[in-house]
Design a protein around this ligand. Structure first.
Ligand code: SF4
Length: 96
């Protein structure tokens, strides 16, 4: 999750341009209310707004892989809640 503001036009240019090395700068969540991406409880229904934003984000996959690789414990990353990321990690371990 990125906590600075950008607009979609800028984001699109950044993804393929000089900012491509820093996917966080291209996140649609930049500048969002942190409570949207860090809901106050583990109730996944509170994460729907964040998931909708992630669903439109050009760096979603990179964000998700980062969160999975760092075992990010809190918040919505790449469109998945902590519980959903744990499930993905379990599935990957089983199929490895
Ligand atoms: S996928 Fe979601 S959490 Fe990740 S950078 Fe994009 S908007 Fe932010």
């Amino acid at each position: 999750m990125v906590v600075e503001r950008t607009n979609r036009t800028t984001r699109t240019k950044e993804v393929g341009g000089p900012m491509a090395k820093d996917w966080r700068a291209a996140g649609l969540c930049k500048g969002s209310d942190p409570l949207v991406f860090y809901p106050p409880s583990e109730d996944d229904s509170l994460a729907e707004e964040a998931k909708t934003i992630c669903g439109m984000c050009a760096v979603r996959q990179r964000c998700l892989e980062f969160a999975l690789s760092t075992r990010e414990k809190h918040g919505v990353w790449g469109g998945l809640t902590e519980r959903e990321r744990r499930r993905v990690l379990r599935q990957r371990r089983r199929s490895a």
